[in-house]
Ligand binder design. Structure first.
Ligand SMILES: [Zn+2]
Ligand SMILES: [Zn+2]
Length: 379
């Protein structure tokens, strides 16, 4: 018997017991016959179909509804490639398996693949966008259980720097009380519901400019609520989930208390943590009066590493350059430091598990009143 004849006989045998739509019937034989279109082959083999398809319950007749929904949702996003995932009722897959095992059909696409192919074909025809299953700009997930569609875009990365001109802003934003940062309806899926920190102000700006749901910040160092950040500002990186727009040109903006410089999209995130150095000015008060001349002793800090003991039991060495100092009153003075990475400034001044410290060198109880970053540089 020729291959065509075998297919004809077998499809007849299947149709005697089960009603199938053109797509499902064609799919069972299309690969065997080296053809492309399930639908066309099914049409040829299926002369007198009457009832709903046993396997898919005529799901293919309704695909336009979902494609319209995809077109609608995706019109809010900038993308050039896409991929599609679907969630089917398990009963559809079970019935597909029954037919395949009963008639010993091997090497054929499953119903799920077939539906995805059909949607992909129609969607790319309408949008001229490219299917990319490995790294798509946008992923559609159609849930046939509840007729819903989820649209997600690939994250983008941003880099920028900020200057802080007032001693009142926290660096980090408190998470949304309702969802602890995961994103919920209350916070419009941002994971934060207030915008009163550097993270909050920058996020709000980013949401307005390029859309998106959640911002994940990687800071190059940190400071106190009462610290200023001067010079070229502190660098930061953002991973932005579900952006609507994929690129942002260099943008700067000013708020009443911060200034954002050169915020723009970058191709990837650098390896964290990045190496950086900080230049810092710290105003210190001393319990005992300090002679101008004894301040000179502070310069010795640059000669040896400073040891920082962590609560965890770990210790690390830091080389700190104290390159200038200035007396203000007999009980107050300012120091200027340069060091790599972060430093627990208040502990370093006080001598709280840091040795040597400003207190130990001056032999007096010293406290950091405020400290400002004069510059932060990525190495
Ligand atoms: Zn079907
Ligand atoms: Zn929330």
């Amino acid at each position: 018997m020729s291959l065509n004849k075998i297919v004809l006989v077998l499809s007849k045998k299947i149709l005697e017991k089960y009603d199938l739509c053109d797509y499902c019937l064609g799919r069972l034989f299309v690969k065997k016959l080296n053809l492309k279109s399930n639908k066309l082959l099914g049409k040829k083999l299926n002369s007198n179909k009457k009832n709903r398809c046993y396997i898919c319950k005529n799901i293919f007749d309704n695909l336009d509804y979902f494609i319209k929904m995809m077109l609608n949702n995706s019109s809010n996003y900038e993308y050039s490639s896409f991929s599609i995932g679907i969630i089917l009722k398990p009963s559809i897959i079970e019935r597909d398996d029954i037919i395949r095992s009963k008639f010993k059909l091997q090497g054929i696409d499953g119903i799920k693949t077939s539906i995805i192919q059909e949607i992909t074909k129609n969607f790319s025809k309408k949008t001229k966008k490219i299917l990319d299953n490995r790294d798509p700009d946008i992923v559609f997930t159609i849930n046939f259980k509840d007729d819903s569609l989820e649209t997600r875009t690939k994250p983008i990365y941003l880099y920028g720097r900020y200057l802080k001109n007032e001693r009142k802003l926290q660096q980090k934003q408190k998470s949304c009380d309702n969802c602890s940062g995961k994103g919920c309806r209350t916070c419009l899926f941002h994971g934060i519901s207030e915008f009163n920190s550097i993270e909050g102000i920058v996020s709000k700006f980013v949401f307005q400019k390029v859309g998106g749901t959640i911002t994940k910040f990687s800071w190059v160092g940190s400071e106190d609520k009462t610290s200023l950040v001067k010079g070229c500002g502190r660098p930061f990186f953002i991973k932005l989930f579900n952006p609507n727009i994929r690129t942002m040109k260099k943008t700067s903006f000013k708020d009443e208390s911060i200034e954002i410089i050169s915020l723009k999209t970058i191709p990837t995130m650098p390896k964290m943590p990045v190496d950086f150095s900080s230049t810092l000015e710290c105003k210190i008060s001393s319990k005992q009066p300090i002679e101008k001349t004894s301040l000179k002793k502070l310069l010795t800090i640059s000669n040896n590493p400073v040891i920082v003991y962590e609560k965890s039991g770990k210790r690390f060495e830091k080389s700190i350059t104290l390159y200038d100092y200035k007396p203000i009153t007999s009980h107050e003075f300012v120091i200027f430091l340069k060091f790599d990475g972060g430093l627990p400034v208040k502990r370093f001044v006080q001598g709280d598990d840091v040795s040597p410290s400003i207190s130990s060198i001056l032999n007096s109880t010293c406290t950091s009143l405020e400290f400002d970053f004069l510059d932060v540089q990525i190495k």
